[in-house]
Write a protein that binds this ligand. Sequence first.
Ligand SMILES: NC(=O)C1=CN([C@@H]2O[C@H](COP(=O)(O)OP(=O)(O)OC[C@H]3O[C@@H](n4cnc5c(N)ncnc54)[C@H](OP(=O)(O)O)[C@@H]3O)[C@@H](O)[C@H]2O)[C@@H](O)CC1
Ligand SMILES: [K+]
Length: 462
Amino acid sequence: MSGRPILTAAETKAAEEAVFARGVSVFGLMTKAGRAAAEIAWDRFGPRETLVLCGPGNNGGDGYVIAARLRECGVRVRVAASGDPTTDAAREARRAWGGPVEVLDEAAPAPLVIDALFGTGLSRPLKNKIAEPASRLLAAAAYRVAVDLPSGIATDDGAVLTELPPAHLTVALGALKRAHRLMPAAARCGEVVVADIGLGDPPRGVIEIGRPPIAAPGFEANKYTRGKVVVAAGRMPGATMLASLAAQRAGAGYVELLGAEGEGVPHALVRRAWDDEALADKRIGAMVIGPGLGTEGEGRRRLDLALATDHPLVLDADALTLLARDGLDRLPARKALAVLTPHGGEYARLFPDAGGTALDKALVGARKTGAVILLKGVCTVVAHPDGRAAIGAPAPAWLASAGTGDVLAGILGTMLAQMDDPFEAAQAAVWLHSEAGRRAGPLLIADDLVEHLRGAVAGCLA
Ligand SMILES: NC(=O)C1=CN([C@@H]2O[C@H](COP(=O)(O)OP(=O)(O)OC[C@H]3O[C@@H](n4cnc5c(N)ncnc54)[C@H](OP(=O)(O)O)[C@@H]3O)[C@@H](O)[C@H]2O)[C@@H](O)CC1
Ligand SMILES: [K+]
């Protein structure tokens, strides 16, 4: 699985330096970036009257290139600048534009506004003399396109230093930056499209969660080779049922709901009364424990039994509450890695001292526990104790409803049972869950996700 890299400002600069070392000039790269951004904006919004807001640095330089390219395309385009360019490349871009440049706070609005005020070089909040006219012009636009990043946003931690009207489209130049995938900035970017400017092969320390390659079963497959997943039942049958159904529809060959009595639909789900011995089955590929488990007596005992096995574990919901209460020290000693799937509140109870971005938090949690952390959020983060991390694109907001976490836990159980690397398995689960949500659409409930998993998985078959 290889998602797109998500860079810091310093990593971006290093990647650009590597391009310059090959003989490309700053203005050459800026020209490529600006033209690519103009063409993406043109494709999306067509020949609308356009106002380009240009800042003093190379982001502003991109803006002049964009204006010139849109003019070539026959668009009625104006430029307004916060001041004179301060870099050689931006000065060259302004000369190449050659048209009038309005003063920012005197500029009239336009239906399409392109924000090329500040990109990765923003170092502090904007002063009012820039923020006020920028805000007025952006708010009056029907469509807002941000060049590289919406201005006012800190590249590396996704902080909003100055709040401006959010972009509808952000053209990320060369590669995604952290702010495109970290909240609160991610919610200000709108759709994010990466323009290829030939950045080469930037570092892949943090990647975006991409579509997982999933293989159809081979001729030799049997139900166990496709993964046996055990879901621990507890006090809330609905939650464990959702996790079990999701594990089935994600492709596990055998799903056992351990601790559930009786018969029911689907008949393919194996229900079995709780039996401690059942956990000794070597064919178990993964165990899901926590959804609907309960946080007292028997729930705690079942968690203790699960932690004492060598099975890959999904630890979710009530299991996380119990771990927060009883301590995390048993996790690093386990032979197989576990995956913990906290949402923000559960994370805070597990790691009350941790701060920073969701990425920082997931990495700290993974290091402290020796487990993979899947930190749920708008952009879910997956981190491995060895320092690898991946961030999901924003998931459909309709997923914010009861039971969707249980479905994720079930999908993850199957991915863990089928894949060798729990880091890859966690990413696959996040992607499939989000894709099922996208397919289910508005007003989804958790049960709908189960129905849409087949389509989501089918879309990943090689
Ligand atoms: N590097 C390359 O070759 C390529 C880069 N590309 C593009 O360049 C962008 C990065 O360019 P950049 O480094 O020039 O930074 P940028 O975002 O334009 O801002 C820096 C300027 O803003 C100023 N400034 C900062 N904060 C401020 C504030 N609050 N209020 C007022 N001023 C403030 C700061 O001044 P100073 O902090 O020194 O006072 C400086 O003058 C990148 O996002 C991409 O779009 C592409 O063209 C491809 C080639
Ligand atoms: K910008």
